[in-house]
Design a protein around this ligand. Structure first.
Ligand code: 5GP
Length: 120
């Protein structure tokens, strides 16, 4: 199964669905999650068509990978959570409950986040 170019984040990248842009460069876009799970809950997505970290790690260029992760840390600093701490979360595939099949990381912070996993 290949990349679905009609997934919601592809449509956000094309400007077909609005988002509040918090950060944008040639490699990445960051915007608030529509259903925030913490006072700070921001999504960072690469601009290229990658389904998950598996796809991104295997197929993205070194420049895309470097650019993306530099953007993630820049966004965390911009959000004011670099010092207080935050959780970076990336779901990949069915067991993870990945909902949108375009690679993204969640930046969660501005509250005590507790243990790593919620009880199912
Ligand atoms: P996943 O479960 O795939 O790791 O996370 C997908 C996230 O995307 C969810 O937290 C969900 O709230 C968020 N989301 C889904 N649709 C939209 C949307 O149209 N706009 C924004 N800003 N976030 C969305």
């Amino acid at each position: 199964m290949g990349y679905d170019s009609n997934n919601i984040f592809a449509r956000i990248l094309r400007g077909e669905i609005p988002c509040t842009k918090l950060y944008e460069d040639e490699f990445a876009l960051a915007f608030p999650d529509i259903r925030p799970q913490a006072p700070c809950h921001v999504l960072v997505i690469p601009k290229g068509p990658y389904m998950s970290i598996q796809d991104f790690g295997a197929a993205a260029s070194p420049a895309e990978i470097t650019g993306f992760f530099r953007a993630v840390s820049a966004v965390a600093a911009q959000l004011g959570v670099a010092e207080s701490g935050y959780r970076l979360l990336a779901n990949a595939g069915p067991d993870s409950h990945q909902e949108v099949p375009h690679f993204h990381v969640h930046i969660l912070g501005k509250r005590k986040l507790g243990t790593l996993l919620a009880v199912p």
